[in-house]
Ligand binder design. Structure first.
Ligand SMILES: *[C@@H]1O[C@H](CO)[C@@H](O)[C@H](O)[C@H]1NC(C)=O
Ligand SMILES: [Ca+2]
Ligand SMILES: [Ca+2]
Ligand SMILES: [Ca+2]
Length: 203
């Protein structure tokens, strides 16, 4: 009997995360009913709590998906990651990074040739976008390009013609449709309401 009660208590513990009402489990003394019906009522309560929780998680996921669709063009799924290009401009590279972080990811980091090819095609095949900000900055030391998130040197770079030119001080990195999706340095602050940013998110 002791082991069954222990089991019930462990079960009850799972409920705490579901609903604050589960406090009542602890404040009530063992009911006068027999243990079996007590367990039955606990199981019913547990089922109800977890159904409610599942439904609210579903609704929340649906809301996040709705917001994602408002803010981003249809995603690219590549190598177990999800990449999205914003439908909105950014005021600064920091703001773009904040958006990507809020969705559980980071400003897209081009790590190798394969990821680059996939992202180039993605940019070229997304209508209405031209300049797409990705991770990379040489703000700390001119000509030394680092990922903002990790502070490590970029493991892949492929400049468009005449780039990087640091024209009027350009310390951030983008992929530019005009260059066939090749890279260009551009200002880290606001440049044009046509500019977009690219997030790399968990799938
Ligand atoms: C998500 O969007 C759809 C279609 O616009 C809408 O019917 C649904 O209620 C929205 N869901 C939530 C949780 O906002
Ligand atoms: Ca990457
Ligand atoms: Ca620069
Ligand atoms: Ca440039």
């Amino acid at each position: 009997m002791v082991s069954i009660r222990l089991l019930v208590m462990l079960w009850g513990l799972q409920c705490i995360s579901c609903n604050a009402d589960s406090d009542s489990l602890w404040t009530s003394k063992l009911p006068e009913q027999d243990l079996q019906s007590f367990i039955d009522s606990l199981i019913q309560q547990q089922k109800k709590l977890c159904t409610n929780e599942k439904n609210s998680v579903k609704a929340l996921k649906n809301q996040v998906e709705n917001v994602t669709n408002l803010l981003f063009y249809p995603p690219l799924i590549y190598n177990n990651k999800k990449y999205v290009i914003s439908k909105v401009p950014y005021q600064s590279s920091e703001e773009a990074m904040t958006y990507c972080t809020a969705f559980g990811g980071y400003l897209a980091e081009v790590n190798d040739q394969n990821e680059y090819r996939a992202l180039q095609n993605f940019v070229l095949n997304t209508p209405e976008v031209d300049v797409v900000l990705v991770a990379g900055s040489d703000a700390k030391q001119e000509g030394i390009w680092l990922y903002q998130r990790t502070g490590k040197p970029l493991s892949f770079l492929d400049w468009g013609p005449g780039q990087p030119d640091n024209l009027g001080d350009e310390d951030c990195l983008n992929m530019w449709k005009k260059f066939g999706g090749k890279m260009n340095d551009l200002p880290c602050g606001f440049r044009s309401s046509q500019d977009r940013f690219l997030c790399e998110l968990p799938k």
